[in-house]
Design a protein around this ligand. Structure first.
Ligand code: HEM
Length: 178
């Protein structure tokens, strides 16, 4: 998993709670590198799971609630570091439609070892979209936060429903723009 995901999570803990809280979480997670992440390095996904386990314990929130909140925060970070990748998109459904063949493709060029999920549009109208998400990491709650923050970025309001499919590691998002 790319370092920017870890540095963003730590930034969120520092900003929303406190630097001391972020330090405590890192210490309790017993990470091999003691939380010394750089944005362009790559680190085991297991570190993210460890950090989440400590956060669940400390906050009483579920891992998915935490991932959702983190998704909202992460979009802001990704958007400010990589705003250029959003330049060709004109609205929330348009950006989601091009996540896989444009935005994440540009990301992959910048970071060849990035472990990106796969998105495919199953159906689309002017105001609705059925978007399939596949990732062995099953970070659908992170995707939900990223989508809601992206909608906000375009000044749109969306309604969403997430459905786990029978296909392993695969979810469907039914999205309606209001
Ligand atoms: C500014 C636009 C975006 C940029 C630059 C961006 C870039 C990235 C990067 C760098 C990663 C980390 C890859 C790794 O860990 O190796 C990532 C992961 C991810 N992205 Fe995006 N992303 C953007 C928008 C979105 C949006 C709107 C969604 C919502 C559907 C999304 C869904 C995800 C998910 C769910 C992951 C976690 C990996 C996984 O699920 O397996 N991204 N993205």
């Amino acid at each position: 998993m790319l370092g920017i995901v870890f540095t963003s999570l730590i930034d969120m803990l520092e900003e929303k709670v406190s630097p001391e809280f972020a330090d405590d979480v890192i210490v309790e997670a017993q990470l091999e590198n003691d939380g010394a992440y750089t944005a362009i390095g790559y680190y085991p996904f297991e570190d993210m799971q460890r950090l989440l386990t400590v956060l669940v314990d400390k906050t009483g929130k579920s891992a998915n609630e935490l991932l959702y909140d983190f998704g909202i925060f992460l979009f802001g970070k990704l958007g400010s570091v990589h705003g250029d990748v959003l330049a060709n998109t004109s609205g929330i459904l348009d950006m989601l439609a091009h996540l896989d063949d444009d935005i994440h493709v540009q990301v992959k060029k910048l970071y060849p070892d990035a472990d990106l999920p796969r998105f495919s549009v199953l159906s689309r109208t002017d105001t609705t979209m059925k978007l399939q998400y596949y990732s062995e990491r099953e970070l659908f709650a992170l995707a939900e936060g990223l989508m809601d923050a992206a909608a906000d970025f375009y000044g749109a309001k969306i309604q969403r429903e997430t459905v786990k499919t029978d296909i392993p590691y695969t979810y469907e998002f039914n999205i309606t723009v209001q």
